[in-house]
Design a protein around this ligand. Structure first.
Ligand SMILES: *Cc1c(COP(=O)(O)O)cnc(C)c1O
Length: 377
C-alpha cells in the first residue's frame, strides 16, 4: 500500500493546516544580526535581551541560537522568565533580571544563580542581607536612573551609596547600568545628557564595568558602548531608528484563507457594517484576528499581500478573522487553505506599527500563540 499523506509528513507539517496562520522565524537572520551588532560594539561584549519570550519569537529557540553564536550575557524582565531559561545557560553565562526582584523572591533568585538588576537602595539592602545570611558574595548589576525616571537609583541614592562603602559589603557589582530613553532619535539632546549623568555616576560609585546601550544605543557610536551592550529589537530585525544599518528581517507571518466569496454592490462587511461595497467584490476571509495580535486598528486600513499584489483589509478585524478584498487577483489564485502574507518583504512589523499608531515592538510581542511556528536557518 502506498504511504498515506499523513499530518506528520514534513510537507504537511510546514503547511500546518490546523492553524490559522504561520509564523516563520529565521534563526540564521537572528544570528547574523547579533554578529553584526557584536562587530559594531567590539571590544564591548553584546548581551541578548530575550524578555517577553524573545519579543514574541520564542525565548528558548532564540536563546539556544544566541548561545551557539557565542552570546554569554542574557537579560529578561522578570524572575519567572529567568527561571525558565536558567537550564539553558552554559557554565559561566550571566542571566540577569532587568526589573529587579520583588521583595521575598531574593532567595529563589540566588539559589538559581540569577543576577538581579538592583534598581533601588531597598533592593540593594535586601540582596546584601541575603549575601550575609548565606555567607557568600552575591553578584548583581546596579542600575542608576539617568533621566528616564523608570527604574534605577535616583541621584540622591547614588550619592548615599557612594558615601557609604558598608552598604556594598557582600555584593559583587558586575556592572553599573542605565537605559537610554531617546536613543532611536540620534540627535535628541537627551542622549548626550544621559551619557554625562551616567559617566559621572559610574565614577562616583567606582564601578569599573558599565552597560548603557540598547539596540539604538549601539548605533549612537562607541561613546555609548562601555563594556556590555543590551540589544533586543535589532536582533529581531526591527527598525531602531535612522542611524541603524545592516539589520536583516527575521520573521514572516502568513494568514490562512478560511473562505472566499463574491458580494454584490450594496453588501456590507464585518461588525458595524463599516465597509459597504460600491461594486461587486471578491473577498477572502482570513483565519487571523485581533486574538492573534493582528491589530483591530487595521479595520479598513492596511493590506495583506500575495505575489506583490496588495489586498486591502475591508471592514473591521474580528477576534478570529479578518476580511480582505481580493478583486485584484486572478480568479482561482486563492482558495480556502491558501496562505497570504501579513508580514513579508512588502510590509514589515514596523510598517504595521506605523499603520496602527504603535511600534514594531508591540506588533511582535503581541503575535499570539495560535500561529503554527516554523524555525528556519
Ligand atoms: C528592553 C530593554 C533593552 C533592549 O532594548 P531594545 O530597544 O529592544 O534593543 C535593553 N535594556 C533595557 C533596560 C530594556 O528594558
Amino acid at each position: 500500500m502506498p504511504a498515506p499523506t499523513s499530518a506528520r509528513s514534513p510537507a504537511a507539517a510546514d503547511f500546518a493546516p490546523a492553524a490559522g496562520g504561520l509564523l516563520t522565524v529565521d534563526l540564521a537572520a537572528i544570528e547574523a544580526n547579533y554578529r553584526h551588532l557584536a562587530r559594531l560594539a567590539a571590544p564591548a561584549r553584546v548581551a541578548g535581551v530575550v524578555k517577553a519570550d524573545a519579543y514574541g519569537l520564542g525565548a528558548v529557540p532564540v536563546t539556544r541560537r544566541l548561545i551557539a553564536a557565542g552570546c554569554r550575557h542574557f537579560f529578561v524582565a522578570l524572575l519567572s522568565e529567568a527561571i525558565e531559561l536558567r537550564p539553558l545557560m552554559p557554565a559561566g553565562a550571566m542571566l540577569a533580571v532587568l526589573n529587579g526582584l520583588a521583595p521575598g523572591s531574593e532567595r529563589e533568585a540566588a539559589v538559581a544563580g540569577i543576577v538581579p538588576v538592583l534598581n533601588s537602595l531597598a533592593q540593594l539592602r535586601a540582596w546584601a542581607a541575603l549575601a550575609h545570611d548565606l555567607a557568600t558574595p552575591l553578584p548583581a548589576i546596579l542600575q542608576v536612573d539617568t533621566g528616564m525616571s523608570r527604574l534605577g537609583l535616583s541621584p540622591s541614592e547614588v550619592d548615599a551609596l557612594a558615601d557609604d562603602a558598608g552598604m556594598r559589603v557582600g555584593l559583587d557589582l558586575l556592572y553599573v547600568m542605565s537605559h537610554l530613553g531617546c536613543a532611536d532619535e540620534p540627535t535628541h539632546p537627551a542622549n548626550r545628557a544621559q551619557l554625562a549623568v551616567f559617566t559621572a555616576a559610574k565614577a562616583k560609585l567606582g564601578i569599573a564595568t558599565a552597560s548603557l546601550a540598547n539596540s539604538a544605543g549601539i548605533f549612537l557610536g562607541p561613546d555609548y558602548h562601555f563594556d556590555l551592550c543590551r540589544p533586543g529589537a535589532a536582533v529581531y530585525g526591527l527598525d531602531v531608528g535612522p542611524a541603524a544599518h545592516g539589520i536583516r528581517p527575521v520573521i514572516g507571518l502568513k494568514a490562512r484563507v478560511a473562505q472566499i466569496r463574491t458580494i454584490p454592490a450594496g453588501a456590507s462587511i464585518g461588525y458595524g457594517y463599516t465597509f459597504t461595497a460600491t461594486l461587486e467584490m471578491r473577498l477572502a476571509t482570513l483565519s487571523v484576528g485581533y486574538a492573534d495580535g493582528w491589530p483591530r486598528a487595521l479595520g479598513n486600513v492596511g493590506a495583506a499581500f500575495i505575489d506583490g499584489v496588495s489586498l486591502p483589509f475591508t471592514g473591521r478585524v474580528s477576534m478570529d478573522s479578518a476580511t480582505i478584498d481580493i478583486s485584484a487577483l486572478p480568479k482561482g489564485r486563492l482558495a480556502p487553505g491558501s496562505l497570504v502574507d501579513l508580514i513579508a518583504a512588502e510590509q514589515s512589523a514596523d510598517d504595521v506599527g506605523r499603520l496602527t499608531g504603535t511600534i514594531g515592538y508591540e506588533i511582535l510581542t503581541n503575535i499570539g500563540r495560535r500561529y503554527a511556528r516554523r524555525y528556519i536557518g
